[in-house]
Design a protein around this ligand. Structure first.
Ligand SMILES: Cc1ncc(COP(=O)(O)O)c(C=O)c1O
Length: 368
């Protein structure tokens, strides 16, 4: 059997032991629902959820009431559409929403599938936002790091340029990849919404973060248990304050418990990007391997001249390399570049130089 080398951190991170043991301990010894009970165990779960929220707030330099737990980046990015669309200013005026070809399907499709008018931001020759050419729009969707190109966007500069032209603009940041590699400073970014998933930074699947800069400005987009303070009539109620008013239904408690050790671990074990540089240099030696990401990127994206990318994925996969091949849920960027699919290698804290040497030997052998 070939040794498995997991090179798909950008799709989902492997889990640190501390996350696994925290979740198992919760499930085995401390499990109860949150926000519903008054027994000691339920109160302890409430306290753990509050502590996790405070830890996330600290992680991205925000306040606890600005942190809403979702089921992932996709969930947050969809919910934001409904929250913005329900604003009184858009009751008579359909919002114009600026998106870009850097967007993951999860960031752009929710708007493209809505009744919004969508405009596409121009990218410069390096496939980055052209700050000077940002369109006029009511809402901007900013991808802080493309999952294909792996380069960080200067979110603060972009947000401040947008706000200079239109102080009422609502700015949504997809930070699903950015959060893996660099600290987020929500106060400095000054965006209205920031979305990311826990599973890309070592937490479990099923939990995500939606940062809301002004929670009081928006109405809940979901209704149910846990978000109502009092029912006052057949169709009337008073809502809990933020963030609970945005969290109808039982939260993904086990995953929230694992989020704290995941953040603790991830902050001190970010992926070593020298591994990407090593691979970039090795694979550059083969003229059939066409690298489209930069040497400074957080990941390596390429295609093979004369070989279908799915064939390549199957050959290297059979020899133990786990990597992403296809359109990476970034169909618009692939269309822009003129490719139907690419291969992507991304590293996590568990990868080392031996993995890279082994991976490049296998790739070179497959692409002779
Ligand atoms: C840039 C980007 N945005 C959004 C997502 C969606 O994240 P999730 O599938 O965890 O909701 C991903 C996942 O790969 C991503 O890379």
């Amino acid at each position: 059997m070939n040794k498995i080398i997991y090179l798909d951190a950008a799709a989902s991170a492997l889990k640190p032991e501390s996350v696994i043991s925290a979740q198992v301990d919760f499930l085995r010894n401390n499990y109860a629902n949150a926000g519903r009970g008054i027994c000691g165990r339920a109160a302890a779960v409430d306290a753990a959820v509050a502590a996790a929220r405070a830890r996330v707030a600290d992680f991205i330099n925000a306040d606890s009431e600005q942190i809403v737990f979702t089921s992932g980046a996709t969930d947050g990015l969809n919910r934001v559409v409904r929250m913005i669309r329900a604003l009184p200013e858009f009751a008579t005026h359909t919002p114009v929403v600026a998106v870009s070809d850097l967007d993951h399907h999860s960031a752009r499709m929710p708007w493209a599938a809505s009744d919004a008018d969508v405009v596409v931001c121009e990218l410069n020759s390096e496939y980055n936002y052209d700050i000077a050419k940002m369109p006029d729009a009511d809402v901007f969707v900013i991808t802080a790091m493309s999952n294909v190109l792996g380069m960080p966007v200067d979110v603060s500069a972009l947000v401040s340029a947008i706000r200079k032209k239109n102080s009422n603009a609502i700015i949504v940041v997809d930070a699903a990849q950015y959060v893996v590699h660099a600290p987020i400073d929500a106060k400095k970014w000054d965006a209205d919404f920031i979305c990311f998933s826990g599973h890309k930074i070592g937490a479990d699947t099923g939990v995500g973060i939606l940062y809301v800069k002004n929670p009081g400005r928006f109405l809940p987009d979901k209704f149910g248990g846990g978000m109502v303070e009092r029912i006052t009539g057949a169709r009337s109620w008073t809502l809990n304050s933020a963030p609970e008013r945005f969290e109808a239904g039982t939260l993904p408690l086990t995953q929230i418990i694992g989020l704290v050790p995941a953040i603790d671990y991830w902050q001190s074990h970010r992926p070593d990007l020298n591994l990407i540089k090593y691979l970039y240099d090795r694979l550059s030696e083969n003229p059939r391997i066409k690298i489209i990401s930069s040497r400074d990127a957080t990941l390596l994206t390429f295609y093979i001249d004369g070989m279908h990318i799915l064939d390549f994925g199957a050959y290297v996969g059979a020899r133990g390399l786990c990597m992403r091949v296809g359109n990476m849920c970034a169909g618009w960027l692939h269309n822009l570049i003129g490719l139907t699919g690419t291969a992507r290698i991304s590293v996590g804290p568990w990868n080392n130089i031996d993995d890279m040497q082994h991976a490049s030997d296998i790739i070179m052998d497959v692409v002779k």
